[in-house]
Design a protein around this ligand. Sequence first.
Ligand code: ADP
Ligand code: MG
Length: 361
Amino acid sequence: MTTAVPSIRRLDQTVVNRIAAGEIIHRPANALKELIENSLDAGSTNIQVLVKDGGLKLLQIQDNGCGIRREDMAIVCERFTTSKIKSFDDLGSIATYGFRGEALASISHVAHVTITTKTEDSKCAFRASYSDGKLIPQKPGMSADPKPTAGNNGTQITAEDLFYNVPSRRKALKNPSDEYNRIIDVVTRYAIHNSGVSFSCKKQAANAADINTSTNNSIIDNIRLLYGSTVASELLLVEKEFADLEFKMKAYITNANYHVKKLTMLLFINRKYLYLWYRAVESSMLKKMIENVYITLLPKGSHPFIYLSLEINPQNVDVNVHPTKREVHFLNEDTLVEAIADAMQERLAGANDSRTFYTQI
Ligand code: ADP
Ligand code: MG
């Protein structure tokens, strides 16, 4: 008996794009992370997030950055359109979060996107709606062209009905309050790291914001505001430059007085990568290193709070990682991780001595 050989067909481009989008945008918090990074890349000093139903109904971000030019609005949501690199060589010296031009495209494949934006030299703002990477009419019968409207300098992006066209994904995200917590987590981490930028995050119907930082806050102020004064009052600053390894570190780590059941780690590399530490990074060298550093200091099964920001020569970092990757690799990883561990250990030992001294008096 012969079996029928199935014929191979080329997938429709919209299907391809929707599948690709699903790999980058898994849930509202992912989408928001991309939008926040875009706002930061645009030089914003104020970023306001508004959320409805855990971001599934509405995810809106308003910034005061450079805006998008009217003439770029037609292609801004297409895949691989970016203002951040021009050639492959630029990848070696990239200083922005984004560079692949995939985020807005992906979001527009799985949500209804509207962008209202104004550059400083434009007399008015422009608003446009997008679907599947392309401009669409904002109302039936209208042309798809961006429409002039009133607005401040900067950009507002709304993503509505996320995954309206991906029923399986939609079904998997049935708990809006869980999604909202993840959103809060993302905003919290970016707010702490970007202490010169004010952030707010609010549910649409709520009177008060759940996160509200101001531009004058220091990193410690923001840690106190967002993680509480118990953590903030036990932090040690570890700041060191390793010229031979071409990297700098700045960390706020808790001393031996502080320990909790769950490790909180905020890790940033060249401002660029956000690690979501609560899952999937069990094997990471840095996490193991942290555990080793604290093993003799803290009671068994308890953990510190760590904020760690690394600035590594961009040429030594593998930037070509997929946007969803939580891990990033760099040259001389072992040596680098060891150097960080030593610096932390040294600082903790110093702090410990003074504590022993203090209790002896
Ligand atoms: P990437 O960030 O990788 O360039 P995105 O799809 O995230 O790709 O964004 C595409 C382009 O849209 C960016 O390169 C930038 O020029 C523009 N853009 C997106 N968001 C903003 C924003 N909030 N303010 C100004 N420009 C933006
Ligand atoms: Mg981007």
